[in-house]
Design a protein around this ligand. Structure first.
Ligand SMILES: Cc1ncc(COP(=O)(O)O)c(C=O)c1O
Length: 388
């Protein structure tokens, strides 16, 4: 019987089996803020929800609660550079993942394709499969700070390409699309820009909303409260359409969102207060991430076989372990030494041996995990050198 993942082997892979069998280890793959001591203040949430309980009434709006959309539009007015949006240019969803699904339904028919970064958080392939579209990978150039490779992007487009997917800051490389890349203008396709890590610039001074860089192209910005306010459990995301996207696609997207109305009224009612009173929390989280990245980069740079590129933004590091061949063997070796990281191939990158380290992990655990990693790699180098 055909259908989603029909015939695929869904049993645990070798790394997952080793993890389950392993004793104590430090998990440097975790990016769940509620597991890492990053809890959005309770009192703000309680107070924000009080308005809902005081006046409970279901008045669904196909684009989402007006007051919540207004708060999101205000957030774009404060970005650098500012992006001026009307509340009607915002569509509220239950998550960024759901927003992708709506946009694939909006922009494509089965058999069409969307261009997506070759290295990526493993989410898009399932969404693409669910919509029976093809994801065509474009290369990111490691030597140029993981910038989009314009030739690769151009070569992947054909007459069935319906959009380009850009992640800025990118997960896991941390690259930010900081200025206009001429190739995106030349392709003249709608851009889906995932900016869930925009609140956390590191090397970059700011993360520009891509719709401000390309006013002539339809741009859909995807974001939500799961990363920005460490509230993945409250399930609220959005799509912000620049003028060109709103003019061409706004009405149809409204009908599509009205078909599901998945975002719950409670969280939507809370959103203006979350924006108003949550900024200090986000600023403190940003500072913790910055210090964690500083510490992790300094420790990793002390190891000869680790090549680490400081990210423009986000909270991941994607270092290369120079001279190591088999990535899966590397992950199993590190797990034996008490630290779990993800391999680059989970993210679709198979050149050289890379690992993904989440710097959202609580700082003391992060330090110890990286120290274990550096010690294990140093032991490997000594053993290799003494046997040659
Ligand atoms: C690049 C990227 N986009 C989207 C998501 C999912 O976001 P949400 O929780 O809003 O569905 C993630 C989650 O890690 C992510 O890394």
């Amino acid at each position: 019987m055909p259908g989603f993942l029909d015939g695929e082997d869904l049993s645990p892979n070798a790394i997952e089996r080793a993890r389950q069998a392993s004793g104590e280890y430090i998990d440097l793959t975790s990016s769940n803020p509620t597991h890492q001591g990053l809890l959005f203040p309770d009192d703000v949430l309680r107070e924000a929800s009080a308005a809902y309980w005081a006046n409970r009434r279901y008045d669904p709006d196909p684009r989402g609660l007006y007051a919540a959309r207004l708060a999101i539009a205000q957030y774009y007015a404060e970005r650098a550079p500012a992006l001026s949006l009307h509340a009607d240019q915002i569509v509220i969803t239950a998550s960024t993942s759901e927003a992708y699904s709506l946009l694939f339904a909006l922009l494509t028919d089965p058999g069409d394709n969307v261009l997506a970064p070759a290295i990526t958080y493993p989410l898009f392939e399932y969404l693409a499969m669910a919509h029976q579209i093809e994801l065509r990978p474009y290369a990111l150039d490691e030597r140029r700070g993981w910038r989009i490779d314009p030739t690769s992007l151009r070569l992947q487009a054909d007459e069935r390409t319906r959009a380009v997917l850009v992640v800025s800051p990118h997960n896991p490389t941390g690259a930010v699309l900081a200025s206009r890349a001429p190739v995106l203008h030349a392709l003249d396709l709608p851009i889906i820009c995932d900016e869930v890590f925009a609140a956390f610039p590191y090397r970059a001074a700011t993360v520009p909303p891509v719709g401000a860089l390309y006013p002539e192209l339809p741009v859909f910005h995807l974001n939500g409260i799961s990363k920005m306010f460490a509230l993945p459990d409250l399930k609220l995301g959005w799509i912000a359409l620049n003028d060109a996207a709103h003019d061409r696609f706004g009405e149809r997207l409204e009908v599509l969102n009205d078909t599901f109305l998945s975002a719950n009224a409670l969280t939507q009612t809370m959103l203006p207060a979350i924006f108003e009173h949550g900024r200090a929390f986000t600023a403190a989280m940003h500072e913790r991430i910055r210090q964690s990245l500083d510490m992790a980069i300094a420790l990793l740079s002390g190891c000869d076989v680790v090549r680490v590129h400081p990210p423009d933004g986000g909270y991941y590091l994607f270092p290369e372990i120079v001279g190591w061949g088999d990535e899966e063997a590397l992950i199993l070796y590190l797990l034996k030494h008490g630290v779990l990281v993800h391999p680059g191939y989970f993210y679709g990158y198979e050149q050289g041996a890379h690992v993904v380290v989440s710097c959202l992990v609580a700082p003391s655990q992060l330090r110890e995990g990286i120290e274990r990693m550096v010690a294990a790699l140093s032991a490997w180098v000594s053993a290799r050198d003494s046997s040659s």
